[in-house]
Design a binder for this molecule. Structure first.
Ligand code: SDX
Length: 428
């Protein structure tokens, strides 16, 4: 493969280096393009063909359905690791030793209190407020209570900010859910593991002893691992570009939460269940909805289907589908929408429209079925996605800052009015 790419404009030939990643991905390095061509730029709406950075955190191969965190396969991590280990791996690049993991866990626990005045901000929201909007606001509000976590340049300052947000974010997420349910805010219990404590904070009842359920906590742990990172997706790119202005970690994460909220991105897990419920209410007529999804005049999309990168099965969807069947079986839960989901997927995967466009179930297609079986309200599904993605956002933000990457500022091609003189209002 050639090490350079040639571009011809007006009989001038320009050469640009081709960089090769450790998994043989190739990218044309156009850092000098505008300079050498006198101002020519590129245009690529949605960045479908454009790499924003080099990164050593997550590798995915959309054609082969491969996903690896720091070289470890998602299948092995989901099976053999726990979420805190995976968080450490993503952020610091290596699986932690027992001593490193114990210190990480201890440092996080020491930061798990949230300032009481944060409750006044939470109380300002109506119960009907969507949890993602509340969580984005609370994450940003945390800055005011942790000013030392804003301007972090050294690795030590970053570490302190990282353990703070890993500790406080689950508390805020649980508080957001409990507020909607008019439950007292629970501070959790530092004697519990990270995911077990999250479940306790979400579900403990004030007048009843909390009983941990290993099946539920293992399912949650696996779901959080499966959502932990996914290279330069919309919300991660948001975290990186906001962080590139040297806005603090919490501000960058708050922006990432807002980006994840969108139904085309993390918000799809809520939209999938709402779609499946609508199909169920409409008599379970999957064929009708498949036709609606194919109809260009119909705004309906098959939520949980399709992916910008995966043009084969999303490996996470495969694992989640199998887990959904196992967990519902173990819990003795019968959920008719699981059958509707499987029926929908079967028909779509045999339909020319979906096959031609390489549209497969993605991470959001089955996840809501498990969340629901675990008693998590539908409007909290995307918050669960954010809880999983938190270490990935942190890892990507830290990588960008440690590499001292430039502020993100894309160019454009202007297509508006050419110069025109101002006209006074009496003459218009
Ligand atoms: C996530 O990027 C990531 O890594 C994201 C994520 C992560 O972990 O961070 O994996 C998480 O966001 C998963 C995606 C969740 N979103 C959904 O499930 C929403 C439904 N899916 C689509 O809206 C869509 O597939 C996207 C947004 C996921 C991807 O959109 P693209 O890559 O911009 O593709 P496109 O919209 O240009 O679609 C290409 C074609 C179009 O048809 P044509 O114009 O070629 O005729 O496929 C069609 C689309 O109309 N199409 C669909 C469809 N998805 C794409 N048609 C019906 N139903 C769908 N779901």
């Amino acid at each position: 493969m050639s090490k350079t790419a040639k571009l011809e404009i007006d009989n001038n030939i320009y050469e640009f280096p081709i960089i090769e990643g450790t998994e043989k991905e190739l990218g044309i390095d156009i850092k000098t393009l505008r300079g050498v061509t006198g101002g020519v730029t590129t245009i690529d709406p949605g960045y479908k063909n454009t790499g924003s950075c080099e990164s050593a955190i997550t590798f995915l191969d959309g054609e082969k359905g491969i996903l690896r965190y720091r070289g470890y396969s998602i299948e092995e991590l989901a099976e053999k690791a726990d979420f805190l280990e995976v968080a450490y791996l993503l952020i610091f690049g290596e699986l932690p030793t027992a001593i490193q993991l114990a210190k990480f866990d201890k440092d996080i626990k020491e930061e798990s209190h949230v300032d009481e005045d944060m409750k006044k901000i939470l109380d300002g929201f109506p119960k009907s407020a969507h949890p993602m909007g509340v969580l984005s606001s609370l994450t940003s509000a945390l800055i005011a209570f942790n000013p030392g976590s804003v301007d972090v340049d050294s690795e030590e300052e970053m570490y302190n900010a990282i353990v703070k947000i890993l500790a406080k974010f689950p508390v805020l997420a649980a508080w957001t859910m409990r507020k909607r349910k008019s439950l007292p805010l629970d501070y959790g219990d530092n004697s519990l593991g990270y995911v077990e404590n999250l479940h306790k904070m979400m579900f403990a009842r004030p007048n009843k002893a909390y009983e941990a359920n290993k099946l539920i906590n293992d399912a949650l742990d696996k779901l959080l691992i499966l959502h932990a990172d996914h290279e330069q997706n919309c919300s991660t790119s948001t975290v990186r570009i906001v962080g590139s202005s040297h806005a603090g970690l919490f501000a960058s994460l708050s922006a990432g939460i807002s980006a994840l909220w969108g139904p085309l991105h993390g918000g799809a897990n809520q939209a999938v269940i709402e779609m499946l419920e609508a199909i169920k209410a409409d008599g379970g007529d999957t064929a009708k909805y498949i036709e609606k999804a194919k109809d260009k005049n119909d705004p309906f999309r098959l939520m949980g289907f399709g992916h910008r990168v995966y043009k084969n099965f999303d490996p996470r969807a495969k694992i989640i589908k199998q887990s959904a069947e196992e967990i519902l079986g173990d819990m003795g839960v019968e959920d008719p929408v699981l059958d509707i989901a499987k029926g929908l997927a079967k028909v779509a995967l045999e339909d020319e429209y979906f096959v031609k466009r390489k549209l497969y179930p993605n991470v959001d297609f089955y996840s809501g079925i498990i969340y629901r079986a675990l008693g998590i309200p539908t409007e909290m599904f995307t918050v669960m996605f954010a809880l999983g993605r938190l270490p990935g956002w942190i890892a990507q933000w830290r990588e960008m800052r440690l590499r001292k990457e430039p502020i993100g500022r894309p160019r454009q091609i202007y297509t508006g009015e050419n110069y025109r003189d101002f006209v006074k209002v009496e003459n218009r």
